[in-house]
Write a protein that binds this ligand. Sequence first.
Ligand code: ADP
Ligand code: MG
Ligand code: ZN
Length: 484
Amino acid sequence: MPTATKTEFEPVIGLEVHVQLKTASKMFCGCAVQFGAPANSLTCPVCLGLPGALPMVNRQAVEYGIRIGLALNCQIAHRIKFDRKNYFYPDLPKGYQISQFDEPLCFDGELQLPIHDESGQPKVCRITRAHLEEDAGKSIHMEGSTLVDLNRAGTPLIEIVGGPDLRSPEEAYVYLNTLKRNLSYLGVSDLSMEKGSLRCDANVSIRPRGQQKFGVRSEIKNLNSFRMVRSALEFEIRRHQQVIESGGTLTQDTRLWDDEKGETRSMRSKEEATDYRFFPEPDLATFDVPREWVESVRLSLPEMPEKRLLRFLDDYKLAEADAEYLVGDKALADFYESALKLLDEPRKVAAWVVGEVTRELNDRNASISELKLTPEALVELIGLLDAGKLNNITAKEVFHAMVEAGEGALQAARRLNKLIEQDEGALSAMIDEVIEEFKDRAVADFKAGEEKALGFLIGQVMRKLKGKANPKELGPKIAARING
Ligand code: ADP
Ligand code: MG
Ligand code: ZN
């Protein structure tokens, strides 16, 4: 009896990303948007949902929304319309969220990913829509009771809905990193998953390879990092496959990722899904979005990473990996270009930023803006190295110390006593001492033509000078002394 060949399944993934907008005030009231303030200190009748309080639209939030939409190659709606999304939850004091239902601010966009699809074309993921809404408050679950903090209630959000175009957890991971990178160029959000200013829900289904129709999907929530998104998708794809292969049927559901257990569990099925009873927000009139406004926002967009990457490759002749790395973090790329303005040595400066600067960032889990390092200080350090006042080893030591203390390179080099003093007399004396000490061994070997022996002698002099010399300059000096 012929055995049936096992069906090969293809995952289909679409991501919904919520981004908190970094406006000064909330979406519909004047309360400050701020993380970590005393609970319920940033509230007013509007965001507390008190009866009779009326919302007003934050123009800056709409502009940030347009900015995001344009950066994602979206169409921008000709008018703004808000809707009520009704549901009950303790951290939603009004009993509804003001959102956009049938007329999103942005639609029909796309995000190009730095990977290729199966046919070798650059992978593009459609952006179905991006709409404005307000955030809910926070429930703090304690033993026996739940506290509610409404500081976050009313914070402007944009929800970016990606098309069902991703075909693997890895592609989803790349999508998120690329989206975050591009958004970071806009200066509209902190984009911190830890602080909750960037959040992601993942939708996934599988289908037999070649089939057009999508399979039944699960939506996964509680994903607190991009790594979790990838792991949860991997788990969920396996689970779907097992259900199908064992002859079961999948039902559309919403699931929670349990990172400790490494599994998802069902939160609610489609039947239990809330009916949000969307309807137009009667407290807010619709208003027009003039094309002049959209065009002025378009003009204010910075050079986006795809373009910047090409420029870094063409103008600075950087290695592709270095250019991609730098461009991946706008602040770091800006830092790099500020340093270049002071020292026109693109590859040399890149080596430092990609190397030691990045090591410091990783060690401290910090971003470049948090690091006590200015482009001036880095360039000063490279200058000391180039002038032979530091060597490759002491330059790294001084770099580490100056970042630690937030001081200049020369200052740090002096403090650590690492500056190479050009005291030729002392240096010759030291060379003579070493030659005398090793005259029967390394010196004799060197005279007999053994080049390696010179390296040993350089090391000996370096040791006596406690590293305060330039090994490159020492070699010829020692050789001249021996031969002379
Ligand atoms: P809803 O209105 O229920 O939120 P949407 O149609 O807006 O559903 O889709 C939400 C997200 O789910 C989008 O990112 C979309 O790409 C994705 N999605 C939709 N259908 C599927 C499917 N069958 N498999 C995987 N992802 C899907
Ligand atoms: Mg949705
Ligand atoms: Zn308020």
